[in-house]
Design a protein around this ligand. Structure first.
Ligand SMILES: [Zn+2]
Length: 256
C-alpha cells in the first residue's frame, strides 16, 4: 500500500504504515528565481516529482508522501523582497520535529526529496542528527544533483547554471505551461568564474555566496533556450532515476 500520509485517518495509520514503509518529505522553496519565473518553482518541482514518483513505484514500494515542505533555507535570496526562508537553526528544528512525528509511526525510513540546492548541506546534517536522535534510517535524494554539489549543468553555462537556468526553467515550463515568462529570460552566467579551477560552482573550494553577488536579476544560468520538451525529458529522467534510488532505499539496512 502506498499513498499520501495526510489522506489517512488517525486510527488507520498503524495498519497502513509498517516497518517496511518509506516515508518521503518533498522539500521545495519559495524564493526569487529571476524575472522570468515565479517564486514557487522549487516547491512545484518537489511536489510534482514526488507525485510522479508515487505513481511510478507506488505498486512496488510501500511509499508514503508527507505534505511538501514549501518554505526552506533560502537565505541566499533574502535580499529579494517576498522570498520566504527559514534560518538554518529553524529548519533543523522543523526537520527534527517532523522526524519526531514520523517516529510515532512504525516506519523506519525517512527520505528527504530535495528540489532546492540551498538545502543540500543542511539536509545532510539533518540526516545524521535524525539518525542519532530518532534511530530512523535517513536518506537525501534530489531530482537532479545541484551543480554546486557535484551535479552538472550545460557546457554553455560552464556547468554553473545553478538557479533559474536552462534546465530548471525547462522543467518548470513543462510542469506549468505558459507560466514561465520567456520574454524576460536573459543569460546571467558568471563567465568571470569559468576559468577558475578551484573557486567555482562544482569546484573543490566551497564559498559563501548570495544570488545578489552575481547581479541584480537573481538567477544564475542561461534560460534563453529553455523549452518544455527538454523539461519533459529532464523530468522523466529524474523520476526514473529516483525510482531506482527508492527501490534501493526500501531494501537498505545496516549490517553491523
Ligand atoms: Zn530553483
Amino acid at each position: 500500500m502506498s499513498g499520501r500520509l495526510a489522506d489517512l485517518s488517525g486510527p488507520t495509520i498503524t495498519d497502513a504504515i509498517g516497518t517496511d514503509s518509506v516515508v518521503l518529505l518533498p522539500v521545495g522553496a519559495i524564493e526569487q528565481h529571476g524575472p522570468h519565473l515565479p517564486l514557487s518553482v522549487d516547491a512545484v518541482i518537489a511536489e510534482e516529482v514526488a507525485s510522479a514518483l508515487l505513481t511510478a513505484v507506488g505498486d512496488e514500494v510501500d511509499l508514503w508522501l508527507l505534505p511538501t515542505l514549501a518554505v526552506s533555507k533560502s537565505n541566499e535570496h533574502a535580499w529579494s523582497p517576498g522570498t520566504l526562508w527559514l534560518s538554518s537553526e529553524t529548519m533543523l528544528r522543523v526537520l527534527d520535529d517532523i522526524a519526531t512525528c514520523v517516529a510515532t509511526t512504525p516506519a523506519r525510513r525517512l527520505v528527504f526529496l530535495n528540489a532546492h540546492g540551498g538545502n543540500t548541506s543542511l539536509l545532510s546534517v539533518a540526516c545524521r542528527d535524525i539518525r542519532v536522535k530518532h534511530d530512523l534510517l535517513t536518506f537525501l535524494v534530489h531530482p537532479s544533483l545541484p551543480p554546486a554539489s557535484g551535479g552538472t549543468s550545460t557546457e554553455e553555462e560552464f556547468g554553473m547554471g545553478i538557479h533559474g537556468g536552462l534546465n530548471e526553467t525547462s522543467v518548470f515550463a513543462h510542469l506549468r505551461p505558459g507560466e514561465a515568462n520567456m520574454d524576460l529570460a536573459v543569460r546571467r552566467v558568471p563567465d568571470w568564474m569559468a576559468g577558475n579551477t578551484s573557486v567555482r560552482f562544482g569546484g573543490p573550494v566551497q564559498f559563501g555566496w548570495t544570488s545578489r553577488d552575481f547581479g541584480p536579476d537573481g538567477h544564475i544560468g542561461d534560460p534563453t533556450g529553455a523549452n518544455p520538451e527538454l523539461g519533459r525529458e529532464l523530468f522523466d529522467a529524474a523520476v526514473a532515476g529516483l525510482a531506482e534510488q527508492i527501490h534501493e532505499i526500501a531494501g537498505f539496512d545496516f549490517r553491523a
